[in-house]
Design a protein around this ligand. Structure first.
Ligand SMILES: [Fe+2]
Ligand SMILES: [Fe+2]
Length: 422
């Protein structure tokens, strides 16, 4: 179709004025932003490995959606301040109840059977009923979000079916789902277009504030126990170069602990600009990808990593620290520290020149690139988090590293003792 740049139905009046459009987009933004935060709060507490990795991916995708919606809302005669507001009490309560999911299946059903299908249906309606010329910039954004939503829902459905097949379903699950559905109905749906209830629902579990776990969780049925010591994998090769390579794969795989640390910061740190949460969503997804680098390399080489003890020190040793100190420890202490000649570059060159392992060489090449970005994120945000300049922050980071290595070395010695005693 040549006229109107291929835009269909150019003469048709649309369903949204500028004001109503801004109003519904605020609600969409609020839900994606809420999903970012609640998934971050839940991630360290969840058991299933594939679920943990996927929460990280979807946190990143929801943060991208939030960012695009915020930009579009500002084009619709809306103030910057309006982007901080909660548009609907029932929608707020929906997200506040959802973060109280008590197991993997509850969280999955809440996100992938209640919230995301409602988002998808709303965006399909929006794209087809809005005036196609005036609202083309919104349509373009929603189309990309719909692509993500379709893939997310499909993944969620498969995961739910798999956990149900393993007998994970329990009695309270239906009640949890019904509660969330009634909250969504009370809000008049995602866009508030359905009849809203004047009888606002009561709090259920959200009477208590959600607490991050004090210890990382790993799947007790499928994985080894959590540990603060670095452990190996069975059938380690005799050759020293090959040993170092396999241990590098294993350290990558265990970066889940960094994912959880950033998730805790993203969830708990209040009152930062949106850009901070957007950056951390990406940082967190990068660490989940690094974890997959290790998983993929170990599996491709035939090593069993899943039944081995799982290193969780990044989260567990730092759990009592305030979010700003947690982020300083990671981004300045560890990640800026890895920019030395002996750090990320050396790992990449080792894989390329000594181990001569093409897959790990490629992984470490990108790992190094990501870590350059992460060290920059540290320099960008830690001074604001601590209210001090970068030199002060670096001293804090050194202090925190000393404490961390002391704890980890103690754990390592304990582990060696149990190994030699066995
Ligand atoms: Fe990493
Ligand atoms: Fe990193």
């Amino acid at each position: 179709m040549l006229p109107f740049s291929g835009i269909e139905n150019p003469y048709k009046i649309g369903a949204y004025s500028v004001d109503t459009n801004a109003k519904v987009l605020q609600r969409y933004r609020f839900v994606h932003d809420g999903l970012v935060r609640l998934a971050a709060g839940q991630l360290p507490a969840r058991e299933n490995w594939d679920l943990k990795l996927t929460l990280a991916k979807h946190i990143y995708e929801d943060a991208e959606a939030t960012d695009e919606l915020r930009n579009r809302i500002r084009e619709l005669r809306s103030s910057q301040a309006s982007l901080q507001q909660a548009p609907d009490a029932a929608l707020s309560l929906l997200l506040e109840e959802l973060i109280h999911a008590q197991n993997d299946l509850e969280l999955l059903v809440g996100i992938y059977e209640v919230v995301r299908p409602a988002l998808l249906a709303t965006y399909q309606k929006h794209m087809s009923t809005t005036q196609q010329i005036v609202d083309q910039p919104t349509i373009r954004i929603l189309r990309t979000i719909v692509l993500d939503l379709e893939a997310q829902i499909q993944w969620g459905n498969e995961m739910i079916a798999s956990l149900r097949a393993e007998g994970e379903a329990h009695e309270g699950l239906d009640e949890f789902k019904r509660n969330l559905q009634s909250l969504l109905a009370a809000a008049g749906g995602i866009d508030g277009a359905e009849t809203k209830s004047t009888e606002l629902p009561r709090r259920w579990r959200s009477q208590q504030t959600y607490q991050l776990p004090m210890k990382s969780v790993r799947d007790p049925k499928k994985m080894g126990p959590t540990t603060w010591a670095r452990t190996s994998v069975p059938n380690l090769p005799d050759d020293a170069v090959q040993q170092r390579l396999v241990m590098m794969m294993r350290v990558r795989q265990e970066e889940m602990t960094a994912v959880e640390l950033i998730a805790a910061v993203l969830y708990a740190q209040q009152n930062m600009p949106w850009e901070f949460y957007h950056d951390l969503a990406r940082h967190l997804w990068d660490e989940a990808r690094h974890s997959m680098f290790g998983q993929a390399a170990l599996e491709a080489a035939g090593f069993d990593w899943m039944h081995q003890p799982q290193y969780t020190s990044d989260y567990d040793v730092n759990v009592h620290k305030i979010p700003g100190v947690k982020y300083t420890w990671l981004s300045i202490g560890i990640e800026e520290g890895a920019m030395k000649r002996t750090g990320k570059r050396a790992e990449y060159e080792f894989c390329r020149d000594e181990a001569k392992h093409p897959l790990m060489t490629q992984f470490q090449d990108y790992d190094w690139a990501d870590e350059v970005v992460h060290a920059n994120l540290g320099r960008k945000w830690t001074p604001e988090l601590l209210g001090e300049d970068i030199e002060f922050v670096r001293t804090v980071a050194q202090h925190e590293l000393d404490h961390f290595w002391e704890e980890v070395q103690n754990a390592q010695q304990q582990w060696m003792k149990t190994q030699s005693g066995a």
